[in-house]
Design a protein. Structure first.
Lengths: 316, 204
């Protein structure tokens, strides 16, 4: 051990250190920034397929740009990074797609998603909702669809059905987040609402956003939108809708009950353990971000507060 | 020349971020991107600081040790940038909220403590302070090991579900620390041997 080492050995070691350094740095750079390039290219000149009517309405309120709303998504099925969903969207198969209705209903069955739309996609209703993420950012997004209640009534829920459970797609070969060994979430994603919440006229069965039905990153071909709750309550990629008497599990609530309530209504006074919910960063796109105060029930209190009598803490 | 290269390399992520932010090329949420990237680069440089003595010893390349202070200062710069970005973008310079956040959210407190730990190190990084503190300087600057552990904890605490990146960083920190620990034990166990390894025979 004490014998002297040839000086050429040091030289080789130094070369190795330098090579290792450069390799590590470029690997790091590729992993972190490599995919970003493709994203900014693929998005140029998007969002031109809106009707004039929709355009006029969008100009009246500050609607988030389509690019922002379709390239900044939480869909952990595709990965934890907000740019992952858009990156994996192109290789995702939106059809064939069926939705199974079961549990406490008169007429259970499996239906094709196009059948569930009821109308041709272009004739579906458009609603501009404020979307509030539990991470204290928000967007304003035009959703295309129909009230969820219309779908639910078709299968005739029984009187003892008190909850509606939503099961999202499990397809790890197209959704790398589901295949990741590092993810702590249990797949498939499940979410649930009370039957009153699910039947509420604001709860929207959503088949597209910005007049575009082909956006898996936004939860297509079928998601729900429940605008007075944090975003994760609005289940995406829905393949099964079950009616139950007991309260069904919800993925994030199960994963970290102290951070994500079962109801998860937007309450500015009840903060997430890791950040305040009193205000939000409204993302409008093209780098435009405004800090605004968060409203109870995300501003939909007038329509939904009656669903939650008593102490809001109970409906956290 | 190599010093210039070093400073250039350390400044590069910061320049990239600043330019990207000003040109609006940091994606949909540039604010989060700045917070995130300054944090990750602070961590990268902190890891480099604790890695350099191992590398210098192994490769018998004392020049690597001489880089250490500069890299450390750059690390502190990115940590400070990270904190300022957090205060600017997430708190809107509401200092009362900073106090509230520190009290309520432990991951912010952990990150803040890491910054505080690094502060005296940054201040005493001049030649004059090295002379003034003598052997105490080296002891004080072992504080970087505390900071890097806090950084790993801070990162892990921010994870919502996928531990791949934060976990890898923590593993790297554990690995380097165990190397350091092994070195300490070796120094205690056999003084003459370590004395021999400590002083490189030649410097070329």
């Amino acid at each position: 051990m004490t014998k002297t080492t040839d000086s050429s050995t040091y030289q080789r070691r130094r070369l190795l250190v330098a090579t290792l350094g450069v390799t590590a740095l470029s690997t790091f750079g590729y992993l972190r920034y490599g995919s970003r390039q493709t994203k900014s290219i693929s998005t140029a000149g998007a969002s031109t397929s809106r009707t004039d009517d929709a355009d006029a309405r969008h100009s009246q309120v500050a609607v988030t740009t389509k690019h922002a709303a379709t390239h900044y998504n939480n869909a952990y099925e595709f990965g934890w990074n907000k740019t992952d969903p858009a990156r994996h969207a192109a290789s995702f198969h939106l059809r064939p797609w069926t939705v199974t209705f079961d549990g406490l209903v008169e007429r259970p069955g499996t239906f094709d998603v196009d059948q569930l739309m009821g109308l041709p996609f272009s004739q579906l209703e458009e609603r501009i909702y404020d979307f509030r993420c539990v991470e204290a950012w928000s967007m304003v997004i035009p959703y295309n669809g129909r009230p969820l209640a219309e779908l639910l009534k078709q299968v005739q829920p029984l009187s003892d059905a008190r909850y509606v459970a939503f099961t999202s797609l499990y397809r790890p070969e197209e959704m790398p987040g589901q295949a990741s060994p590092f993810s702590t979430l249990a797949w498939p994603y499940v979410e649930a609402l009370t039957i009153e919440e699910a039947m509420h006229p604001l709860t929207f069965a959503t088949f597209g956003v910005y007049g575009d039905p082909e956006l898996p990153q936004n939860g297509m071909p079928l998601r729900i939108t429940v605008p007075w709750k944090y975003g994760f309550k609005s289940a995406k990629f829905i393949t099964r809708i079950s009616f139950t008497a007991d309260r069904p599990p919800a993925t994030w609530h199960q994963e970290t009950p102290a951070e994500y309530g079962w109801y998860s209504n937007v309450y500015p006074d009840i903060s997430h353990p890791r950040w305040s919910q009193a205000s939000e960063r409204r993302i409008l796109g093209q780098g435009q971000i405004e800090r605004i105060p968060t409203r109870p029930y995300n501003g939909y209190g007038e329509a939904v507060a009656h669903l939650y009598p008593g102490d809001p803490q109970r409906y956290w | 020349m190599s010093r210039l290269l070093l400073h250039f390399g350390c400044a590069l992520p910061g320049c990239y971020l600043t330019a990207g932010y000003l040109q609006g090329k940091l994606g949909v949420d540039p604010e989060k991107a700045v917070i995130w990237e300054t944090g990750i680069w602070a961590f990268n440089l902190l890891i480099l600081v604790v890695l350099l003595p191992r590398a210098a010893r192994w490769a018998r390349w004392p020049m690597l040790m001489q880089c250490r202070r500069a890299v450390g200062l750059w690390a502190f710069t990115y940590v400070t940038g990270h904190l300022l970005a957090f205060i600017t973008f997430l708190l809107g310079w509401d200092i009362f909220r900073l106090g509230e956040e520190l009290l309520k959210r432990s991951y912010i407190l952990v990150g803040f403590i890491a910054w505080i730990t690094l502060m005296p190190l940054a201040i005493t990084s001049t030649k004059r302070w090295i002379q003034r503190l003598g052997p105490g300087w080296k002891r004080l600057h072992q504080g970087v090991y505390i900071a890097v552990v806090l950084a790993a904890v801070h990162y892990l605490m921010t994870v919502r579900s996928d531990y791949a990146w934060a976990g890898s960083y923590a593993m790297v920190v554990i690995l380097i620390l165990s190397l350091r620990f092994a070195m300490w034990r070796q120094t205690r166990g056999s003084a003459p041997l370590s004395a021999a390894t400590r002083k490189p025979a030649t410097t070329d």
